[in-house]
Design a protein around this ligand. Structure first.
Ligand code: NAI
Length: 257
């Protein structure tokens, strides 16, 4: 049986992926703040180190696939720590364990919001891998609710670009590890419960994220795509951010993008 590490396995998309994989007979090691196998806070360097140590102990040091789903959508600097560093630091630390697998794979849950307006200086600071500098930019943005809303899209843009850049390096492509991302539209999970609680806020969400194909999506719609991208069958998909968003990418960027 393949061994999967899933961050954010306590809720939403991560929980759906964990359930589907367990039903299919895989071994799943979930990492989350609560409600999973390994309890760890991926927003801090110490929490990430603790998570990696616990994963290596639970798996014996070989990981067949990582599904990085943990994330938050707050207009604060915490979003930078979880959505960017909580993903790239963890994947980097687990790369040697992946490299020991016969068929290693990794996927990151990004977002269609990686296409929405962001704050380029924050994206550049994140890709520059200076966590202190990036957090300072995020703190400045967070001081004003208008600019605070740019933080989430910036973290998703940056994580998709990180995946694209890393995917063809010696550590990933060279080690035979397909590394990709997925970009959901609006998924009905606890993350969006508040947003969809009233007709007014739902109308706002639908204007920003138009989904002509089947409207808001269940977490399984993303979990199943993550399962394929991390399956043995995926031998050549590298560095992509795959939009699985009811068509919002096409509506927003147009047919010739
Ligand atoms: P969710 O809120 O149901 O699940 C997220 C999980 O991440 C929770 O269990 C939470 O405890 C965990 N988490 C948060 N901070 C953490 C930390 N510091 N350390 C460890 N675990 C932490 O949300 P959902 O919808 O399942 O989101 C999963 C991913 O999908 C996120 O990266 C999110 O940004 C992304 N996404 C979600 C969309 C949606 O509409 N729900 C749309 C596009 C992307």
């Amino acid at each position: 049986a393949r061994t999967y590490v899933i961050t954010g396995a306590g809720s939403g998309i991560g929980a759906a992926a964990a359930r589907l994989l367990r039903e299919a007979g895989a071994t799943v090691v979930g990492v989350d703040l609560r409600g999973s196998d390994i309890t760890a806070d991926l927003s801090t360097p110490a929490g990430r180190e603790q998570a990696v140590a616990a994963v290596l102990e639970a798996t014996g040091g070989t990981v067949d696939a990582v599904i990085a789903s943990a994330g938050v959508s707050l207009p604060t600097a915490l979003t930078v720590s979880v959505n960017y560093y909580g993903v790239v630091e963890l994947l980097t630390a687990l790369q040697p364990a992946l490299a020991r697998s016969d068929a290693p794979r990794a996927v990151v849950v990004s977002s269609m919001s990686s296409l929405q307006p962001n704050h380029p200086p924050l994206v550049e600071a994140l890709l520059g891998a200076d966590e202190a500098a990036a957090l300072e930019v995020a703190e400045q943005l967070a001081a004003d609710p208008q600019t605070g809303n740019l933080i989430y899209a910036s973290t998703k843009r940056a994580v998709s670009r990180w995946v694209r850049a890393r995917s063809i390096t010696a550590e990933w492509a060279g080690a035979g590890i397909p590394l990709n991302a997925v970009a959901p539209g609006i998924v009905t999970t606890p993350m969006t419960e508040q947003l969809l609680a009233s007709p007014e806020s739902t109308a706002f969400v639908d204007a920003v994220v138009p989904m002509p194909l089947n409207y808001h999506q269940p977490p399984e719609s993303i979990a199943n795509l993550c399962l394929w991208l991390t399956s043995v069958e995926n031998t050549h998909c590298a560095g992509q951010t795959i939009y699985c968003d009811g068509g919002s990418d096409v509506v927003l960027r147009g047919e010739d993008a």
